[in-house]
Write a protein that binds this ligand. Structure first.
Ligand code: AMP
Length: 449
């Protein structure tokens, strides 16, 4: 996963990009970067770390110009190191270009293999770099045409921002896996992964960039192109379940409301005889609210989160993740002693988190610990940008719900059903990708991971 942000023709382009990235930090904590344009050339700064650690007043000052794009990274392909940080910038025969990418291409290594066999040299191991090569090789006249030519050859998930000396281009893949929204800050166009980035800088949300749509933003304004055949949308349902920020509006819905409805539906399907409902912070909050309201249970904050620790999931090693849960979460003993609790979380991936959490509740004196998960069991890896790459690591790919319940030592365990999830997006069910729950991928492809 990643977050992208761009702004065109504003006197404080880099500063606003910095703020936009700050609001999108939840989408990636490994590295951050900004490329700005002063109309003559591009300026570049990227580093490993959080947005607040990467940029200083000084580094931002060294990113002059009225246009900028930025990126926060959570690696799904390519290792976690500086050469894979974005935006990716190159100087090629026709000038300079930079790219910020959210998503995952499914045919990148195929294309890359062919190019390398003909002598191409790649600087990173990101799938994104393939797009840069395709653009550089294209014989088309304009940057927009070269971009379209390149995008016709790639498959998979991409929400993209490009910056050249004079232009900005935004593109969303024809299936629309990842969100991408258009706004304006006074008269300056802004593009971001989620609307929460607009709120921070005081920009107005205009609309979502449509699947398959390409926006050309330059001195003449914004022009929209739809060069690809129209396809059935496959927006990632996991953005609603976990990834996006609850205050964002993406895929035509507010994320918070959507999560609440998942929780309410879960309660209808799987009530629990408990004294209270408890959210697992932070991602379980809205679903737990919906669950508690629907089941008329008091909602108690029985698990407290230390907000100065990053998401436990970002540590690449299992060893650290185990430790991470305890560092991040601590139960309120006085509240739990002798009580029957139902805890609500958004998802189970490997189940290491839930196992630790249930243990913490039991150690704190809870008599019964019912676990409710506001998504269906994740049984298949995602090849479109969510970090669940290996089937063997997904507990629900090889274990039944009752076995998982045993593994995490829960009194009971229930997931939201796939039908229930679809009910919450009633009328738009067909517009979403559910492959992580079903293994039915939107199109056939060779797995590269
Ligand atoms: P675990 O089951 O131990 O692998 O961890 C599951 C928890 O990680 C869930 O409660 C989510 O809040 C969070 N989570 C789920 N999917 C992801 C993901 N793709 N990236 C980061 N965190 C995730």
């Amino acid at each position: 996963m990643c977050g992208i942000f761009g702004i065109y023709d504003h006197p404080e382009a880099s500063n606003h990009t910095y703020l936009g990235l700050y609001a999108l930090q939840h989408r990636g904590q490994e590295s951050a970067g900004i490329v700005s344009s002063d109309q003559k050339q591009l300026h570049h700064y990227r580093q490993m770390g959080l947005v607040s650690e990467v940029f200083s007043r000084d580094t931002l000052r060294r990113l002059p110009g009225r246009s900028a794009i930025g990126h926060v990274r959570y690696s799904t392909t390519g290792s976690s190191e500086l050469k894979n940080a974005q935006p990716f910038m190159v100087d090629y025969a026709r000038g300079m270009m930079a790219i910020s990418h959210n998503g995952n291409l499914t045919n990148a290594s195929l294309i890359r293999g062919e190019m390398e066999s003909r002598g191409s040299i790649f600087q990173s191991n990101m799938d994104t770099e393939v797009i840069v090569h395709l653009i550089a090789r294209s014989k088309e006249k304009t940057f927009l045409e070269r971009t379209i030519h390149a995008l016709r050859q790639v498959e998979g998930a991409y929400s993209l921002l490009f910056l050249t000396e004079k232009e900005m281009v935004a593109a969303r893949d024809p299936l629309g896996f990842r969100p991408l929204v258009l706004g304006s800050l006074k008269d300056s166009p802004v593009v971001a992964s989620e609307t929460c980035a607009f709120d921070l800088i005081g920009a107005k949300f205009i609309r979502e960039i449509e699947p398959g749509e390409i926006l050309l933003i330059n001195g003449d304004g914004i022009k929209s192109f739809k060069p690809f055949p129209r396809k059935q949308r496959h927006q990632c349902i996991f953005e609603f379940i976990y990834f996006a920020r609850p205050d964002s509006f993406i895929f035509n819905h507010n994320v918070y409301e959507m999560r609440k409805s998942f929780g309410a539906q879960l309660s209808k399907e799987s009530p629990a005889g408990a004294d209270m409902a408890i959210p697992i912070p932070d991602s379980g909050f809205p679903a737990a609210l919906g669950y508690a309201a629907q089941s008329k249970l008091p909602l108690e904050l029985g698990m407290i989160r230390n907000h100065y620790v990053g998401r436990t999931f970002i540590e690449p090693e299992q060893r650290i993740r185990h430790f991470g849960v305890k560092i991040k979460l601590n139960p309120v003993r006085e509240l739990l002693k002798g009580k029957k609790v139902v805890i609500v979380d958004d998802s189970i991936v490997r189940a290491t988190t839930s196992r630790k959490i249930v243990k913490m509740f039991r150690n704190a004196g809870a008599r019964e610990v019912h676990v409710r998960i506001s998504s269906p069991p994740i049984t298949a890896p995602c090849f479109f940008g969510i970090d669940t790459p290996k089937k063997s690591e997904l507990i629900a790919s090889s274990h039944q719900v009752r076995e998982i319940q045993k593994f995490i030592h829960a009194t009971s365990l229930n997931y939201l059903s796939l039908e229930g999830l679809k009910k919450c997006v009633r009328g738009e069910e067909e517009n979403f990708c559910y492959a992580c729950f079903t293994g039915d991928y939107p199109y056939p492809f060779q797995t590269e991971i």
